[in-house]
Design a protein around this ligand. Structure first.
Ligand code: PXL
Length: 277
């Protein structure tokens, strides 16, 4: 079994970050080790306040202990992280990697044209450091624009524009760019998957509901599926299917996350056929 380390916060309530990644990566049939970067009472998207305990000070100690014990990972998957964690994360990725270990970076920092509460305007340039050398980055269109140093454009763009944006993210040093939330016609929403030579697309019917935590569901399934040998396009398609099923399974009154728990049987079944080459 492959072993992945995910580095992101624990939002104790809110169905995002680690409380999503751990069950979903595990459901993919991949061992999921965790390094929590912070503990929050709840996520910052819609609650009226939150507590925040920064665990950055643990990173160097944990890395030293892992070095001592030669603990290595087949992949690293980062999500919502703080500014001071970027360099320590790069250090862990360098010192605790099995040969060929993958770096999967979800630059979780913004959505709907705005940075999340608590991130300043220079944070995207820090996040760009993590994208340099990543095997896969998974930005939504807001994050992609901020990483490229542009103003977000959320509708009315062309295929050429999307592919130019992907090109700018390759220029940051990312090998594969998966842009999420791409839409060229009102009824369809999907992903653009670029390997630097070609861009492929996957679309699902748009579900007209604003949902929190879907980026984390997407990234967790994508990471698990890639580690199970799926291509980036297949992993993106499975991740989008799981997000759609999770949204449909969510009670309309349940506002702070999606009921991804109900998709676990379908996800395990989709990846049950052994590792693809
Ligand atoms: O889902 C991304 C996310 C992760 N962690 C925290 C958040 C958010 C989005 O708002 O607030 C703490």
């Amino acid at each position: 079994m492959k072993r992945l380390l995910t580095i992101q916060d624990v939002s104790c309530v809110g169905q995002c970050s680690l409380t999503v990644a751990l069950p979903l990566v595990s459901a993919c049939g991949v061992e999921c080790a965790v390094l929590p970067g912070a503990v929050l009472s709840n996520h910052t998207g819609g609650f009226t306040g939150w507590t925040f305990a920064d665990l950055t000070g643990e990173f160097a100690k944990v890395e030293a202990k892992w070095r001592e014990q030669s603990i290595k990972f087949d992949a690293f998957y980062t999500g919502y992280v703080c500014e001071g964690q970027i360099e320590p994360i790069l250090s862990i990725m360098n010192s605790c990697a099995n040969p060929g270990a993958l770096r999967i970076v979800d630059p979780a920092m913004a959505d709907n044209g705005r940075l999340y509460a608590g991130f300043g305007p220079d944070f995207p340039s820090k996040m760009a450091r993590l994208c340099d050398g990543a095997d896969y980055i998974l930005p939504n269109l807001t994050e992609a624009a901020f990483l490229a140093g542009e103003e977000p454009v959320l509708e009315g763009y062309s295929r050429e524009w999307i592919e130019r944006l992907a090109g700018k993210l390759h220029a940051l040093g990312a090998r594969n760019v998966v842009l999420t939330g791409v839409s060229f016609e009102r009824g369809l929403l999907g992903s653009a998957v670029s390997d630097g030579t070609k861009v492929e697309y996957d679309f699902n019917p748009r579900l007209d509901r604003m949902s929190h935590g879907t980026g984390d569901v997407y990234a967790s399934v994508f990471a698990g599926a890639v580690l199970r040998g799926r291509s980036a396009l297949d992993a993106a398609a499975l991740a989008a299917d799981v997000v759609c099923e999770a949204i449909k399974a969510t009670d309309p009154g349940h506002w702070y996350g999606v009921s991804f728990e109900k998709t676990i049987p379908m996800l395990s079944a989709a990846l049950s056929g052994g590792d693809a080459e």
